[in-house]
Write a protein that binds this ligand. Sequence first.
Ligand code: FE
Ligand code: FE
Length: 253
Amino acid sequence: YIKGSPQYEFYVEQHKNQTYETVCKSIKKYSMLGRKKMKMKEALLLMDNFVDPSDPDVDLPNSVHAYQTAERIRKKHPLDYELQITGLIHDLGKILFEFGEPNWNVVGDTFALGCKFPETIILYDTLKENPDYNNSKYCSKNGIYESKCGIKNLKLAFGHDEYLYIVLKNNYNHFLSDKYLNIIRFHSFYPWHTGNSYQHLEDKTDLAMKNNIIDFNQYDLYSKEDTDFVLTDEIKKYYDNLLDRYFPDELLW
Ligand code: FE
Ligand code: FE
């Protein structure tokens, strides 16, 4: 990203504002659900008006990205309905915008707080403005974590990944299983799943989880390659059916 571009400026903000403390506060705040009661379908509709500021392809509403991701999965995995629905909903945590959260607390690649920042983090140099960067509690290789503690125990930069995970983990009236909840939770954790950092903190279950996310990641692109993508009534109806099957009732958000 070029200095001065909207994406660069976004990461300057995210990297100076996400700290161990703000992440803990956000998790605590959003673990108390009930701001909204709505079906997954309604959350998807809200994405019609939302364009991701951290992404270079800024002209695409997020609902289109949702259907595109799901359709790419359907082509490769026509019978894996759970993966298809995961593709459709993976970014719906972005409704955090509805609650007034700033961009830096909703989108962007994530990284762990509470331990040294690895250089695989996008625009690493901008992290030098982060208050945790020189904090002696957090700046050693393990920081506050035990070796092999497991990726699920890390506090990641807060955003739509963690929020949707919290929502799904705490509503019991849906049929999406943990394997897919974890894909949602860590899909933006690029320094880990693509940069191969944080291996010293992985436990023995994390490699399988990482492989699931790497597989998912190839479908989660804002690519200009399928500009021929047309959202047809057939596609909408297909996913309407899946939504009814996996998320039949209203969820607490
Ligand atoms: Fe995302
Ligand atoms: Fe996405």
